[in-house]
Design a protein around this ligand. Structure first.
Ligand SMILES: *Cc1c(COP(=O)(O)O)cnc(C)c1O
Length: 397
């Protein structure tokens, strides 16, 4: 990770082809686009890879999450369960839909703890939104059972896990709707981009309309197209889609490289007694974008992080101290410092997060370190790189 490490002539040629026609918009201009529909092509490729019936490519993963919630008719007065460890886009997209984010503890999977989800359900709960963090699947069977039992929608935030699978099935296609991100730092990148996937044709149609101002896309003449409801502009451009088409064709190579590279690191670190690896509900399906593990204490994790960075190991994250991925440092959100007034229904149902107890998440996140597994690492460099990481950790024990 990320796919931008291995840009080559395929991305360049694709972008050139778009520029030759000058048609950067995904809709219309049929006569001038030399038969190429890049966004559609990437959607077809996603459907094939994820084994889902419908895919909608859009501007980014955050837009995908918001669009997914709108398609499910989730909004004012509804509660959406999300994890404490994720990217800020989780609560941003829920609030953009007008719904209330309900934060729930994660466990040693680094994903939603199903028992904690069960306890958080109220009559207003409408969606459980697990995040497949750091490239590997959450405990989906348990979460799906809870959703079935309580008649809730399962929306997968698979933004960080394109390419990962769970019990043989691609993540994103396991619930009612799934969302991917193809931003610059993801395993497959369009520069910026995202997708909504579903097997439900009605949900797809609603998402398709919502992401393009309500356009029903039933005509060659955009001005004549109908509108069932207003939407927004979350469209992708053909330039971004062209980059994505080139990238998605390399996914198998990306996964193979990452899994090989991760295994070397994991083997080296498994020699250290103090290191306990993240629990993976399906280790076979791990996309291997990160190697995540727990140290014995918060202090040990902090000093190991420092030693890894000082030792020249790239891409080291102690999420507990990160401002964007863990609830501890989301002061803006916890203190309700929003740019503009939020809907009263949204705020009325929201717990006071400035006082909330997430010690069950802290217990794992304070000790967790993730090392980003690079695509560009060469096989011959791996032993030295893995040894450097292991030595850095040993130096603080
Ligand atoms: C990247 C990411 C998003 C948002 O995707 P963008 O394309 O950057 O908007 C959402 N959720 C998670 C977990 C992410 O990692």
């Amino acid at each position: 990770m990320p796919g931008n490490e291995l840009f080559d002539e395929r991305e360049r040629k694709a972008v050139e082809e778009v520029m030759k026609t000058g048609i950067l918009m995904r809709y219309g201009f049929g006569a001038s686009r030399a038969g190429r529909w890049w966004a559609r092509d990437m959607e077809d490729a996603i459907c094939k890879r994820a084994a889902v019936g419908h895919a909608l490519l859009l501007a980014d993963g955050t837009a995908a999450l918001t669009t997914a919630l709108a398609a499910l008719c989730v909004g004012s007065g509804d509660e959406v369960i999300m994890p404490t460890f994720t990217f800020v886009a989780s609560f941003e997209s829920i609030m953009a839909a007008g719904a209330t984010p309900i934060l729930v503890d994660v466990d040693d999977t680094l994903c939603l703890n199903p028992d904690a989800v069960q306890k958080a359900i109220t009559p207003r709960t409408k969606v459980v939104m697990p995040v497949h963090m750091c490239g590997a699947a959450a405990d989906i069977d348990a979460l799906r059972d809870i959703c079935k039992k309580h008649n809730l929608f399962l929306v997968e935030d698979a933004c960080q896990a394109f390419g990962a699978s769970y019990k043989g099935k691609f993540v994103g296609g396991l619930g009612d709707i799934g969302c991917y991100s193809f931003d610059y730092n993801k395993i497959v990148t369009c520069g910026e981009g995202g997708a909504v996937v579903t097997n439900d044709g009605e949900l797809y149609k609603k998402a398709d309309m919502y992401h393009d101002h309500g356009h029903d896309h039933n005509s060659d003449d955009r001005g004549a197209e109908g509108h069932l409801f207003p939407g927004y502009n979350y469209r992708i451009t053909e330039l971004h889609a062209a980059v994505g088409c080139a990238q998605i064709s390399k996914l198998d190579d990306f996964l193979q490289r990452q899994r090989r590279n991760k295994k070397r690191f994991k083997d080296a670190l498994s020699q250290i007694d103090e290191v306990v690896f993240r629990r993976l509900p399906d280790s076979e399906g791990d996309s291997a974008t990160f190697l995540s593990f727990f140290m014995k204490s918060e202090e040990q994790a902090r000093s190991a992080t420092r030693a890894l960075k000082d030792g020249g190991v790239e891409g080291v994250f102690h999420w507990y101290d990160n401002n964007w991925h863990y609830v501890r440092n989301w002061a803006h959100f916890k203190e309700r410092r929003f740019a503009n007034p939020m809907p009263p229904t949204l705020l009325a149902g929201m717990p006071d997060y400035s006082k909330a107890d997430f010690s069950a998440s802290d217990k794992w996140m304070s000790r967790c370190i993730s090392i980003s597994i690079k695509l560009g690492w060469k096989e011959e460099e791996l032993p030295a790189k893995a040894k450097k990481a292991a030595d850095a950790i040993k130096s603080v024990l």
